[in-house]
Write a protein that binds this ligand. Sequence first.
Ligand code: FEO
Ligand code: CA
Ligand code: CA
Length: 700
Amino acid sequence: MSTEPRRLLPLLTSHSSHRTGRSATTCEYRCGNACAHPAPNTSDNSYFGDIAKNVLSRRGALKATAVMSATAAGFAALSGTAAAQGAVPAALAGRRGNGKPSRPAEGTDFEPVEPNTADAVHVPDGYEQELVIRWGDPVLPGAPEFDFHNQTAAAQARQFGYNNDFVGLIPQDGAGRRNLMVVNHEYTTEPHMFPAGSYDADNPTEEQVRIAWAAHGLSVVQTLRDPRGGLRVLPSRYNRRITADTEFEVRGPVAGSDPLKTSADPSGRSVLGTLNNCAGSVTPWGTVLSGEENFHQYFANADSVTDPVEAERLRRYGLAGGETSRKWERFDKRWDIAEEPHEPHRFGWVVEIDPHDPHAKPIKHTALGRFKHEGAAIKITKDGRVAAYSGDDERFEYLYKFVSNGRYKPGRSAHARRHNSRLLDDGTLYVAKFTGDSPASEIDGSGRLPSDGEFDGRGEWIPLASGTTSHVPGMTAEEVYVFTRLAADRVGATKMDRPEDVEPNPVTGRVYAALTNNTDRGAAGKAAADEINPRDGNRNGHVLEWEEDRGDAVSTTFAWRLLLVCGDPAAADTYFGGFDKSQVSPISCPDNLAFDSHGNLWVSTDGNALGSNDGLFAVPVQGRERGHVKQFLTVPIGAETCGPVVTDDVVLVAVQHPGEGGTPENPQSHWPDGGNSPARPSIVAVWKRGRFGRPGHIGR
Ligand code: FEO
Ligand code: CA
Ligand code: CA
């Protein structure tokens, strides 16, 4: 392992108009240029800076002790060793490492991959990689082989969709040989999906639009572990495609309510399709939750709405303007708000897929609220209820938690799956409010650590609605669930720097959230840096860690601190859990999170602002190695690293939008097939070369 201090990387300049480090094409087709528009959260709810000042003004009486000791108590509540190892007293910060190579934490013993801009997946020495499945590969029986020059909607509906994002691997046997792999297809980038010159963005053909509908949604495929590594996709009765045309059942408190009714569905209980499915999780009962994220970009003519209440409801979700980039509204009136004003309300939910039953109707769970869900992840409370954490991925949006009323039934039988899925229809939805424990004068927006050595403090979960009961003054429960952003504004939730994946650590019980970036933080008229979002013009993002009081996900209070303040380790504004910064890999724009069986956090990135390709990183969160970020792989140029699945002997990543910085005429990437082939989003398996041709243990 190199102990050389790392150089400051050149900042990316080629996309300087795109503030996230992503290409213009990615910005347009993934999120409808969300970052180029004013952030929709213009609420003046008390943001963190105000709260910190209020807390401080009371400190004369409280003398900081309540907040400080509560923080300590929160983290000390961790069970025995985890508390002892995981808590990093400020006095230790920066001392670990001492410039000498330290012994790797279990599961992270690999030589880090160097930052690069190659058109390839780079893995550490001693590791192997193989494609699992690519855009266009057959999924369903009768699917033709991919033909880039002659693609059809009928073929695409039976083939692997575009722009794979979340990946879930669900074992079907004790040995983990046979698995169901569930993959989100977040969005389409039509200019890259057809041969150069054959897609006119101003005048797409109906067949091209229908191909895009079929390339959205999810895929389920049965896979077999190859004993020598990798995964084989099997022809199987489990294989399934879910697209923008698949029927979903709406469940929970607003199923059948007026805001969800359309002329095609007067019941308000049956929606065709799911869109922009970003991250997700495998539930303890073996189904998959998936978040509908940037749904706003698919709906045209929001500017036709004149009713001020309705117009504000649309604006708050980024629905604005006339025709869309994709022009779907020309081929189905449901994409036209002037024709179907309620259709957008039927997206922005958490959906659940049961991959064990290929005929099960997928579900939209309205009790988890409607926003730009990055994903949702489950933690079982101490009394057996189901908590679901979810981030709203946009600048200055919020973190949410849902807690069920009913109790979880262990197991993955059909009965347990049905029972547990129903738990997500009845409970309380909360939004997070954070306070810091350091004086506001010590949080200057530069990222400089406050004198107590950490960005940390306390938080509370503010209830928004429970079933038919609203907890938000002036809003009905129905309004809270359908227009959740507006409800959260009213209760003074904390504006965050793009909350993406939220994942509980199965080993320590702590919960982690990726906050990708927010270059608007601290801009004129915008919320300033605060202890939980401590950098103005935040280009590189940070990773938040918290522990619910009593270690119980049912708690409405918690202690938090930042694990990582990302960026170039040589820069003064970065922080790596107190670990020696000369030994860590540069990391920027954390997005998806996963844990290995040792409780190490794995972070994938989206939009590296340091000039390197995106990648996957491992970071221990306990012990002397806490904060020791190591890059495990890099993805091809223009691509985002998604998915990640980390088992003891295989890592899966979804390589999303490779080469998206190029054009069809001047391609940036030919990954994975090389030559003059079009770039294809694909899933890659990585394993350690072991003895006798068998995979070794990842990171050991
Ligand atoms: Fe689809 Fe929040 O990234
Ligand atoms: Ca602090
Ligand atoms: Ca994401």
